[in-house]
Design a protein around this ligand. Structure first.
Ligand code: MN
Length: 254
């Protein structure tokens, strides 16, 4: 018979084991004194935690062995918001309205995405996350959405991040419909958007100006979807947004 201490320890480990580890991509900034700093908005961490996952911030690196080890160590990947995507990655020269890009982050996230995708672990993208997934899966982006012909609504809101400012129409029978219904309200902080989604993608939500707001690349055995808004900033004002994280984390349970 195993000693009591061992049994208690094993039970504790089992409880921890049922929690899934969610890797969160991070950002780099350069301080005025030249220090290079890794960081991530706390809202992502709180959302994963509240939805029952264990958040892990993944550092940007160009070491392929480390990227492989990171992909192995997580149960699911959440690609977070941030800088614009380098248009050279989808075959375009830079538009004068292109914002700040981060070469190291683009390279890291593309390699990490490729590894996690190959391992068929669930992947959820938010804002820039949607854009990097689009590029990784053969789609293209509007570098600046005002270049899209036709009238646009405001996608760079000045209101607080908790506040929803535009509607989205959700594709019936999509993965999003049971969570958000056919019409939802979202916040909006993007001047780029997906233009095409690649051969395996389905547009699952659009704004009234037809800007793509959500894409699903999932297969029956692999969860892979992304949204253009920031649900992590809305979980207090729009509790249904937490269900996006819960759904993702449920798919990460082995
Ligand atoms: Mn929007």
């Amino acid at each position: 018979k195993r000693p009591l201490d061992n049994r208690i320890r094993e039970r504790k480990e089992a409880t921890i084991m049922t929690k899934v580890k969610i890797g969160l991509s991070s950002c780099i900034t350069w301080l005025p004194n030249g220090t290079e700093r890794a960081y991530l908005n706390q809202d992502y961490i709180k959302s994963v935690e509240k939805a029952g996952g264990v958040p892990l911030i993944l550092p940007i690196t160009d070491n392929v062995d480390i990227i492989k080890a990171l992909a192995e160590s997580i149960d699911g990947l959440l690609l977070t918001g941030g800088e614009d995507i380098n248009p050279l990655l989808f075959g375009e020269e830079p538009d004068p309205k292109l914002g700040e890009i981060c070469e190291a982050r683009d390279r890291f996230e593309l390699l990490l995405f490729g590894e996690v995708y190959r391992l068929k672990k669930p992947i959820f993208g938010i804002c820039r996350g949607l854009q990097i997934m689009t590029v990784a899966l053969g789609g293209t982006l509007w570098q600046e959405i005002s270049r899209k012909p036709g009238d646009l609504i405001k996608h760079s809101q000045e209101a607080d991040r908790k506040i929803s400012t535009h509607h989205i129409n959700i594709l019936p029978n999509s993965q999003l419909e049971p969570i958000l219904g056919l019409k939802a309200r979202v916040n909006s902080y993007h001047h780029q958007a997906a233009k095409s989604v690649g051969t395996t993608g389905t547009v699952t939500a659009t704004a009234s100006d037809r800007i793509i707001e959500a894409i699903d690349w999932s297969t029956p055995h692999h969860y892979c979807q992304a949204v253009q808004w920031h649900p992590e900033a809305m979980i207090d004002t729009h509790p249904e947004m937490l269900n996006l994280f819960k759904d993702f984390i449920q798919h990460c349970q082995k």
